[in-house]
Design a protein around this ligand. Structure first.
Ligand SMILES: [Fe+2]
Length: 499
């Protein structure tokens, strides 16, 4: 295919077409050519004094015609300011059909601003539905690595199959993010991150990573200010397997508690004075995630949102922390009234084969009566929809049938829930056998696993095929991974089977 054959997006203009000709002549891997208009504000080689893409690249929040690209410039990522001058830097981005960038689809220049910690969020629109793309960035003469991303099938479009990974809880102190290695190699469409992307506590020991990294004193302090949260994200994003996963597949993410502070609920456990901490945590999350949401300006930020994948899947991403003022109150929603109403409206309007709900912490404990959960389950049952809940938080994989009213074992099964284990948190598996045996006494719980890992789920019109992926250890690098268990959900038959 020559550059003339590239399908032009609606917004393409003569400038972009000529740009494609120009780039088609550059050798793969060479620095991107500069247009005359760009030279005036481009940086000369060497401006950064080092490679500025130390934190990797990412994409996220795809819809049928657009996706968000992310990077953050830092030559010394573990320093406040990332070793960059406190000024804006132009960053060029490209999206192509091919890994060699011979067929450029979209490109442009944006700025990495110091007030955003030199992070970059680009919403690339005018893309084709249900298609994979490659992307990269350039800053000065430095090129980033190449990432893969994709758009979703258009809402309602016939869609045979869609595969997601489900991940949660990555404590850098505990060990290496090795489960991401298999995830990056697997044939997936998106990764769903359920929070605890960072842990905010003081870093007092780094045994698993001893000798591999020099930690400045500031980064060991509890993350409780904007600069310290920023440093914590930088530290986490130096992990090579996490970077590989982000480059391999777009992420759709929500936070849980540790992006601010352990076990906080709404403002209840923080107090008014501590809302500044929540604002800092939310701001740093925004700066470091490939999110489509606008930057927060205070302690509030909406992150709950809905994705529709053709005629196959509706994915509702929920925020289980920000609006929670009570856990199991009879009338006060655990999700906040507004978010719960939004979810239930979406259940009523739902017209895909599957409805997937994802959030950090499940809507109630294993043996707990949760009025919020009961109301939501009732809404699914009334509509005749079998939901699949994806949750995290507990550092155990617990796969279960969803009862209409937990823990009433006599109530009907209305769907399934996959609680995913952690990437590293809690340390090497297999976990306490007595704890595992205790959960398995509940007849609706089908599988429990205390190794570190992730879950993958492939949705088709006939059913869901899922797998528990484990690694032997995370306290040393390079652990081998294996599939510990496979699961199946048959369309039209609520409940999960071990296969
Ligand atoms: Fe966690």
């Amino acid at each position: 295919m020559t550059p003339h054959d590239v399908e032009s997006p609606a917004a393409a203009d003569a400038h972009q077409v000529s740009r494609r000709h120009l780039l088609a002549g550059t050798a793969a891997g060479a620095a991107l050519a500069l247009l005359p208009g760009e030279i005036a504000h481009a940086d000369a080689p060497g401006t950064f004094g080092g490679h500025p893409f130390t934190l990797g690249i990412a994409s996220g929040d795809p819809d049928a015609t657009s996706v968000v690209l992310w990077t953050r410039l830092a030559v010394r990522p573990l320093e406040i300011g990332g070793g960059l001058a406190p000024r804006k830097f132009p960053v060029h981005w490209q999206v192509a059909h091919d890994e060699q960038f011979a067929q450029i689809v979209r490109e442009g220049t944006t700025f990495a601003l110091p007030e955003q910690n030199h992070s970059v969020h680009v919403t690339v629109d005018g893309l084709e539905p249900d298609r994979w793309y490659f992307y990269r960035f350039r800053a000065g003469s430095e090129l980033s690595g190449v990432g893969r991303t994709r758009t979703l099938p258009a809402p309602g479009a016939p869609t045979a199959s869609f595969a997601v990974a489900q991940v949660s809880c990555q404590n850098w102190v505990t060990g290496w993010f090795t489960p991401y290695r298999d995830l990056a190699r697997e044939d997936l469409d998106v990764a769903i991150h359920l929070g605890d992307y960072i842990y905010e506590g003081a870093i007092t020991a780094v045994a698993p990573r001893q000798g591999t990294i020099d930690l400045p004193a500031e980064i060991r302090q509890p993350a409780n200010t904007l600069e310290r949260y920023r440093l914590r994200y930088a530290l986490y994003k130096t992990d090579p397997d996490l970077q590989a996963a982000h480059a391999a597949v777009p992420f759709i993410s929500v936070w849980d508690d540790h992006e601010v502070v352990n076990d906080y609920r709404g403002a209840v456990d923080l107090g008014t004075a501590q809302l500044a901490r929540r604002a800092a945590g939310y701001r740093a999350w925004w700066e470091n995630m490939p999110t489509r949401m606008p930057a927060p300006t205070g302690p509030d930020m909406r992150i709950y949102q809905r994705f529709v994948v053709g005629d196959l899947l509706q994915l509702d991403m929920l925020d289980g922390r920000q609006y929670r003022i009570a856990d199991n109150h009879p009338t006060v929603s655990r999700l906040g009234d507004e978010q719960e109403a939004w979810l239930v409206d979406g259940i009523r309007g739902h017209d895909t084969r599957w409805n997937v709900v994802a959030l950090g912490q499940q809507l109630g404990g294993v043996p707990t009566n949760s009025p919020t959960r009961n109301r939501i389950h009732r809404a699914y049952q009334d509509r005749g929809i079998q939901p699949v809940f994806l949750v995290g938080d507990m550092h155990w994989t617990i796969v279960q049938d969803l009862l209409l009213e937990v823990p009433n074992a006599d109530s009907p099964v209305i769907g399934s829930q996959f609680m995913v284990t952690s990437i590293t948190s809690t340390g090497d598996g297999p976990g306490n056998p007595a704890t595992k045996a205790g959960w398995l006494k509940n007849p609706w719980i089908k599988y429990v696993d205390g190794y570190r890992g992730y879950i993958s789920l492939r949705y088709t019109h006939a059913g869901v095929d899922a797998a528990q992926h484990n690694v032997d250890f995370i306290t040393r690098p390079d652990a081998p991974g294996w599939v510990a268990q496979r699961f199946h959900i048959e369309a039209g038959r609520p409940g999960v089977q071990l296969v």
